[in-house]
Design a protein around this ligand. Structure first.
Ligand SMILES: Cc1cc2nc3c(=O)[nH]c(=O)nc-3n(C[C@H](O)[C@H](O)[C@H](O)COP(=O)(O)OP(=O)(O)OC[C@H]3O[C@@H](n4cnc5c(N)ncnc54)[C@H](O)[C@@H]3O)c2cc1C
Length: 382
């Protein structure tokens, strides 16, 4: 117990999306850093498919994400009972396997750095961590990104829940770009839509997603409902390759804490897009804030990013509150069909967490979505 084995410049706890990207950014921008990445699972990165909209103008973002991306589609589509729209914004995705491969490659050839899997961290301090099996490691900066499972569900939130399958169909599905939202299916628990990512002519990831008030995920029921929708489309599953599910809070309060080592990062630290429950756009900015620039100013850069994020959050959190508190569950889809009539550039900035003041006005002003409880909405907007 308690033997100091090595000193690192960075100790990253949890090799998920945030710390995975942070490690890769450090490899690119600070090859002399000595990084320890600790993961309790047998391999880094878990079991996810991460997607993002558009192409970032920042060359360093493209350099970080480029090697990870497995699929890019030039456009995306949404379908509602009263409206269909093809959005000419690209959509890209990568799986945990791709992030794990890149991490293993980066650490294989990184003197003084180490990726350790199958190691559960039990104690985290400002300059050290202790593993469950009693090993102690010290570092200049500790980043704790143990993922959404680490955070208790908050009461100030709605939830995005999903159950998905990566399947091979018996015949071609006929899609050549992602169907981001197909809300023409029965609305259950709240806003419900099917999400379909075509990976090749027969293979696709297909998910039943719900924006709901409760975090309970009944896997058996979600699976049956998804299989029923697949059948309703006339698709027959030849092979199930993988299953994916999750519950992501869509908060209307909170945000990242002021930054100090150990930095509470990643999803559990509130570094996420509250309007989507997704964290990739924030994770990329976080990774580059750690890696780009002198090591002595890392905390200052991270705190500047936190302040920028904190300024942007209230708008998105207010939208969540409007969605979850001012609409009956069966009417929530009206919010999205209205949003998807906005200009493409606005939609792209919304997802990138870069909505401008004009965007915000355009999203909120005008004829309200059908079904809104106007009195409650006006009270929230005041
Ligand atoms: C199924 C699913 C799909 C998603 N799809 C998207 C998407 O398309 N785009 C998007 O932006 N967001 C998506 N999200 C949301 C969000 O981006 C992810 O939850 C993201 O993985 C959060 O990153 P993270 O690094 O905070 O946590 P994680 O990626 O969950 O990583 C945390 C890691 O810490 C490890 N860990 C936990 N405790 C310990 C410990 N004590 N010691 C050592 N290791 C530990 C875990 O094993 C895990 O590997 C998705 C979420 C889910 C669940």
């Amino acid at each position: 117990m308690g033997i100091v084995t090595h000193h690192y410049t960075h100790i990253l706890v949890g090799a998920g999306l945030h710390n995975g990207l942070t490690a890769l950014a450090l490899r690119q921008h600070q090859p002399d850093a000595r990084v320890l990445l600790l993961e309790r699972g047998p391999r880094p990165a878990g079991n996810h498919t991460w997607c993002f909209h558009g192409v970032d103008p920042d060359a360093d973002v493209r350099a970080l994400l480029g090697p990870l991306v497995e699929h890019t589609w030039p456009r995306q589509e949404v379908v509602f009972p009263d409206h269909r729209r093809v959005v000419e914004t690209s959509y890209s995705g990568f799986t945990s396997a791709s992030l794990a491969d890149q991490l293993e490659r980066a650490f294989a050839d990184w003197p003084g750095s180490a990726l350790m899997c199958g190691v559960t961290v039990a104690e985290i301090g400002p300059d050290h961590v202790v593993t469950e099996d009693g090993r102690r490691f010290t570092g200049d900066l500790v980043i704790d990104a143990r993922g959404p499972g680490y955070q208790a569900p908050t009461s100030d939130a709605g939830y995005q829940k999903f159950y998905g399958l990566d399947v091979e169909l018996e015949a071609p599905h006929g899609l050549d770009h992602p169907l981001l939202m197909d809300a023409t299916i029965p609305q259950i628990e709240g806003f419900r839509f099917l999400y379909v990512l075509p990976l090749d002519d027969r293979r696709c990831i297909i998910e039943d997603t719900r924006f709901a008030l409760t975090p309970t995920l009944d896997l058996q029921r979600m699976r049956s409902a998804l299989l029923a929708e697949i059948a309703r489309r006339g698709w027959r599953v030849a092979r199930e390759r993988r299953e994916e599910h999750g519950v992501l809070p869509m908060t209307w309060s909170g945000g990242p804490e002021p930054v100090a080592s150990p930095v509470r990062a990643g999803y559990a630290g509130g570094w996420l897009h509250p309007g989507t429950g997704y964290s990739l756009p924030v994770a990329v900015r976080f990774a580059l804030a750690v890696a780009r620039g002198g090591r002595d100013q890392t905390l200052e850069r991270l705190d500047a990013l936190r302040q920028d994020l904190t300024r942007r959050l209230p708008f998105y959190q207010r939208l969540n509150r409007l969605l979850f508190q001012c609409f009956a569950p069966e009417d929530m889809w009206n919010v999205f069909t209205r949003f998807y009539r906005k200009p493409e550039a606005l939609i792209e900035r919304f997802y990138a967490l870069r909505a401008t003041p004009t965007d915000r006005t355009r999203i909120l002003l005008g004829r309200p979505p059908r079904g809104v409880n106007l009195g409650r909405a006006l009270a929230l907007l005041r």
